[in-house]
Design a protein around this ligand. Sequence first.
Ligand code: PPE
Length: 305
Amino acid sequence: MVEKVDSIWMDGELIRWEEAKVHVLTHTLHYGLGVFEGIRCYLCHDGRSGVFRLREHIDRLFNSALIAEIKIPFSREEIMEACKETLRANDLKEGYIRPIVFIGDGAMGVYPQDNPVRVAIVTWKWGAYLGEEALKGGTRVKTSSYMRHHVNVMMTKAKICGNYVNSVLAKREAVRLGYDEALMLDTEGYVSEATGENIFMVKEGWIKTPPLTSILPGITRDSVITIIKDIGLELIEQRFTRDELYTADEVFFTGTAAEVTPVREIDGRVIGLGRPGPITKEIQTTFFGAARGELERYKKWISYL
Ligand code: PPE
């Protein structure tokens, strides 16, 4: 359950949580065309609160809207400021920020020409996405019977609301079968991503991640790629198969919600030693250090409140 906060930003102003309601004819509710973001704000080591890569998330929101042919009635600067304003209004030192752009009520049918485009920003406390235990000890994963979207069926580079039906179905299946998360393959059978995370594998010191074809261009993925290169490790963006994953030394997920979560088991095969490996741990520690403002070279990623 999302813990209630005082205020939600909606269409340009802060309103009370109870008032943040929409009509049942909201177009996005029926047809799924809307775009959203997921951003984290961390309590930094110096006591300040900092939003992690706010600019990049808002840029992706506008890219998603461009792909979805939705015109956002605010500027990037206004949305960035509104994210911070909402955190401040709720006195959240640390938390998750969810901006959503959706098509309001008016016409029904798949051509909502004059329906208003609405924007809301909600903030709440969100702990470890796959659980504290997973963050420390690794998560258990099952290859899904659902494939990730074909690139011409859904627009996979956009964070479109309706795209997540695929994620919800895959996640439900994985949890029903006793796993924590679903691994999804692309329509050609190569490893794509998880329901809300990108994936990396480590083998003999090399790190691989799928290229930006059928996956969401993750901002945590991008941060981790930078960290990997800065550490001096080799990274290759290349397609790989699930059996290559089974024989990897280490596997981990990245995502705003999931942060850097080690994977310890896939389809009943133990990965490496069955616990987070040294490279995963180093990347995870560096990522949290960066997000909490402890590392000078990554301070450019933080927008302080
Ligand atoms: N792939 C998918 C499909 C995805 O949803 C996310 C984020 C990522 C990769 C990683 O992207 P990034 O957050 O920019 O590193 N998933 C968001 C939604 C999770 C949810 O359940 O809601 C998130 O992590 O905020």
